[in-house]
Ligand binder design. Structure first.
Ligand code: PLP
Length: 413
């Protein structure tokens, strides 16, 4: 089935006309873009996949022609990584993209690029735990100031804005509470106040939402998650709407030396081709599991943006494309922390108890001990990440097998 996103850039080919060219093509759908953008047959061999350019340096024809072919040293740029970056920019609707060693490398580079000592940033009060820790524990040491704010209502952001606010980092949906923010409304506010709006869209992916289309300046991705989708690699990406921001990120990436490796770029160039197919199935599975949980007597509360009782259902329907709401959900069982932890300790395969999300394997995570352990406990509880909250990342296994295993763990609680 087609994805309604149309992509108009990033289609490269060796041939200008006829066979092997994109002649006459004005735009392609997201599935086509994920397969083809940024990639052209290898000029020497015709290899259909961009090779892994496993080379530190690139020989120059002369001093005068330094960097004429675009590459000098693989900390600055590498042909395999560049192909992935071109695909990222195209599928996320940016003018450029930088691929990083991890999602956290991407986040820290954004803060390093746009914040100085004495500057202030606003971050969602329910971000990935590592984002919260980086700001609170590391960047405050360099004289930066951070406010953690509920972004589910744009009006609660306004009082947090200070004259020195330079950056706002939103996340939609948030990890793990699945709270959305109105990306358009926040982008409009940021534009009016001259604040850079970065939206972490790791949970949504470009299949469900492209923040730059909603006015965000920058989209942040932990490509470890749905871009990889196979529990195979870690990576991150920063996709910018303007060249000035892209240049600033690229400069700081070179300074910090945290570019993605060519092997990872090669792997993610392949794995992301199936992202739409995976997310369609993962969204369908998540909905079926959420509906089962809603009716199970051992379950206290379930949250999934596709359920009619999600507090931001109208926003989810407006902001999420093609009726898809992703593969993530969470629930709490009756009996509190002990019962929740008992469930996580006993649920059988196909489920696995571990960190990470967005992969082909279905995963159960205990955020209070794993992904969000590095938040202050009181901040964590304030946003609803209780000690017994069960985060679910639906994989691509048969939903019947996932239901049987989860139901049988719930039945004996
Ligand atoms: N952003 C979100 C929403 C995440 O869930 C994560 C990791 O779980 C990150 C950023 C950080 O990504 P990475 O683990 O690739 O460094």
């Amino acid at each position: 089935m087609a994805n309604t996103t149309q992509v108009t850039s990033g289609l490269t080919s060796r041939a200008a006309h006829g066979s092997g060219s994109w002649e006459g093509t004005k735009s392609v759908g997201l599935n086509t873009a994920l397969v083809h953008c940024g990639v052209a047959p290898d000029p020497t061999t015709g290899a259909i996949l961009t090779p892994i350019y496993q080379s530190t340096t690139f020989v120059q024809d002369s001093i005068e022609l330094y960097c004429a072919k675009g590459f000098s040293y693989s900390r600055s740029s590498n042909p395999t990584v560049k192909a992935f970056e071109e695909k990222l920019a195209a599928v996320e609707g940016g003018v450029g993209a930088c691929a990083f060693s991890t999602g956290m490398a991407a986040t820290c580079t954004i803060i390093g690029a746009f914040m100085n000592a004495g500057d202030h940033a606003i971050i969602t009060n329910c971000s990935y735990g590592g984002t919260n820790r980086a700001a609170r524990v590391v960047f405050t040491r360099f004289g930066m100031d951070f406010s953690f704010v509920d972004m589910s209502d744009v009006n609660s952001i306004i009082p947090a804005i200070k004259p020195n606010t330079k950056l706002l980092i939103s996340e939609s949906p948030t990890n793990p509470t699945l709270t959305l923010c109105d990306i358009r409304a926040i982008s409009d506010l940021c534009k009016a106040k001259n604040i850079i709006h970065v939206c972490d869209s790791t949970f949504a992916t470009p299949v469900i939402c492209r923040p730059i289309e909603h006015g965000a300046d920058i989209t942040l991705q932990s490509t470890t998650k749905y871009y990889d989708g196979h529990n195979m690699t870690v990576g991150g990406a920063v996709i910018c709407a303007t060249k000035a921001h892209d240049d600033a990120i690229r400069f700081h990436q070179n300074v910090f030396g945290n570019i993605m490796s060519p092997q990872v770029a090669f792997l993610q160039l392949q794995t992301c081709k199936t992202m739409v197919l995976r997310i369609r199935q993962q969204s369908e599975t998540a909905m079926t599991i959420a509906q089962m949980l809603k009716t199970h007597p051992a379950v206290e509360q379930v949250r999934y943006p596709g359920l009619a009782d999600h507090p931001q259902k109208a926003l989810a329907d407006r902001q999420h494309r093609d009726g898809l709401h992703g593969g993530m959900l969470w629930f709490e069982v009756r009996g509190g922390t002990d019962a929740g932890r008992r469930l996580m300790n006993t649920v059988r395969k196909p489920w696995s108890l571990c960190e990470n999300l967005g992969a082909s394997e279905s995963i159960i995570t205990c955020p209070s001990v794993m992904t969000h352990a590095n938040m202050l406990r009181e901040d964590r509880l304030k946003v609803g990440i209780t000690d017994g909250l069960v985060r679910v990342s639906c994989g691509i296994e048969d939903v019947a097998d996932l239901l049987v295993a989860l139901k049988s763990a719930l039945d004996v609680l």
